[in-house]
Design a protein around this ligand. Structure first.
Ligand code: C2O
Ligand code: CU
Length: 491
């Protein structure tokens, strides 16, 4: 960065200690790896190729975790999305300055079945360029929606048709990848549900899109975006929480019903940790992908970009009760939505095993694998906004491209040298969290986004399957806008 100064010299905590610790951990880990090699293989040198691309068994265990390709069944589901200023208020009758798809917030839920081809004609009636990124869907690279990387941006008054066959069933979402700190904040987002006809049927299924808005006393969206304050902190946090565009909406259900909620965090920056009062809810899918087995919801950290599919039974004895869904991430708990239980007799609860991943690798030995690349996350003074957020010292569009090969195992590290949150999102890949600050974490599910806390280092493991130039960025959209985006090239 030209003329940029390290923020850490400007009162931000110095992080040298952490660098040192990571260095020592690396050293220990590579020693352990060599020792293990010697122990297992006798005094045979571990080849460089093996140490960077992984033990064969790690790749073998991955086999079948999720499909490498999909055969389209020939059915094409066509949708049209018109991006435009809405001219209506978030809180009627006020003008809120919302922008939307098809004049609705959230945009339409695009529901298709696994094997079908999704075709979406995007018409840009905004006064500025836009694009759509299909968050979490493994698409051909040219359909990924990242201007200057995978396509040209779609100019005002023009259109673009996206077409692909999703390889995975699950809960995904779509949003612009142009000036997203403003475009997403104003309401341009929606959900894609790819149904697997083999999954059991719930009594009810809801899609809940969690967002927060920063509005002033006139209930109008505060129209200063990517402020210095947002950049020096964890992005733009709103003061008006909504589920599907409504503040504290009410839902109703019958006692005994088994419900699946597909929760999506589309907020620019806010992290949620949802809890459903008095019921035992479980998580059956994270970031669209089914988990190895269901686990208690227990205030799951739902960072920007993350999704969870929640499974719960409305207690048979809860006639007339109100179940609140509460966010517990922030110090002050906030009700997101309420479920009113109808005062009727309980229905017979459908009994089935929650859907789960067909195969999930053990990957017991991944902590012995060397780190292939350490992404350094930091901030500096400078740039258009006064602060730039960097990955490996580069601020987008400058970047240090990291190249991976398909069908090999990689351990990647994110080292956060700042005291701020960074939910890091990888386009085109699912990964497994393997360690935080060098301590093993065995999550039994895939992710496409993981929250990295201040001064934390996070290790992930993945086997790339899809070739292309994939954006990798912080999903705090203000941080991304101010440079925190890079590229993983898979060849
Ligand atoms: Cu929702 Cu580039 O991400
Ligand atoms: Cu960030």
């Amino acid at each position: 960065m030209n003329g940029a100064r390290k923020l850490s010299t400007l009162g931000w905590p110095p992080m040298d200690k952490m660098l040192l610790r990571n260095f020592i951990l690396d050293l220990l880990q590579s020693c352990m790896f060599t020792m293990l090699g010697v122990f297992l293989l006798g005094p045979v040198a571990v080849s460089a190729a093996e140490s960077t691309t992984g033990l064969k068994s790690v790749v073998d265990e991955f086999e079948g975790a999720f499909p490498k390709s999909i055969q389209s069944n020939g059915r094409v589901r066509e949708f049209e999305l018109i991006a435009a200023e809405s001219g209506w208020g978030l809180v009627p009758p006020y003008q809120a300055g919302t922008w939307s798809y098809n004049d609705q917030i959230p945009g339409p839920t695009l529901r298709i079945k696994l094997g079908e081809t999704l075709q979406v004609r995007l018409i840009n009636k905004l006064a500025e360029p836009t694009s759509i990124h299909w968050h979490g869907i493994r698409v051909p690279n040219a359909m990924d929606g990242v201007p200057s990387l995978t396509q040209a941006s779609i100019k005002s008054g023009s259109e673009f048709t996206y077409r692909f066959t999703p390889k995975d069933a699950g809960t995904f979402w779509y949003h612009p990848h142009v000036r997203s700190a403003e475009q997403v904040e104003r309401g341009l987002y929606g959900v894609v549900v790819v149904e697997d006809p083999g999954e059991p049927e719930y009594s009810r299924e809801w899609v809940w899109i969690l967002d927060d808005w920063l509005i002033d006393n006139n209930r109008t969206i505060v129209d200063t975006f990517v402020t210095r304050h947002d950049l020096a902190h964890d992005g733009r946090w709103g003061n008006y929480l909504t589920v599907n565009g409504q503040h504290r909406p009410g839902y109703s259900a019958k006692p005994g019903e088994r419900i699946r909620i597909r929760m999506v965090n589309v907020a620019n920056a806010r992290v949620f940790a949802p809890e459903i009062s008095t019921v035992r809810a479980t998580v059956i899918a994270v970031d669209g992908m089914l988990t190895e087995s269901a686990f208690p919801l227990d205030r799951f950290i739902l960072a920007p970009g993350n999704r969870i599919d929640v499974d719960f039974i409305v207690p048979a004895n809860s006639k007339g009760a109100v179940l609140d869904v509460v966010d517990r991430f922030s110090r002050k708990p906030e009700v997101l939505a309420s479920v009113r239980v109808e005062p009727t007799e309980a229905i017979k609860t459908p009994h089935f095993d929650a859907p789960s991943a067909k195969h999930f690798p053990n990957w017991n030995q991944v902590l012995e694998m060397p780190v292939f690349h350490n992404f350094v996350l930091d901030a500096e003074r400078g740039g258009h906004y006064g602060i730039v957020w960097t990955i490996d010292g580069q601020a987008w569009p400058e970047r240090n491209v990291v190249t991976l090969k398909t069908n090999r195992f990689y351990r990647l590290r994110f080292s956060n040298l700042s005291s701020r949150l960074h939910p890091m999102h990888l386009h085109g890949q699912f990964f497994k969290l393997i360690a935080r600050n060098g301590q093993s974490v065995d999550e039994r599910f895939w992710r496409d986004t993981v929250l990295i806390e201040g001064n934390e280092s996070v290790d992930i493991g993945l086997v790339p399957l899809d070739k292309g130039n994939w954006a990798t960025h912080c999903h705090i959209l203000e941080h991304a806008e101010a440079g925190m985006m890079s590229v993983l090239q898979v060849e």
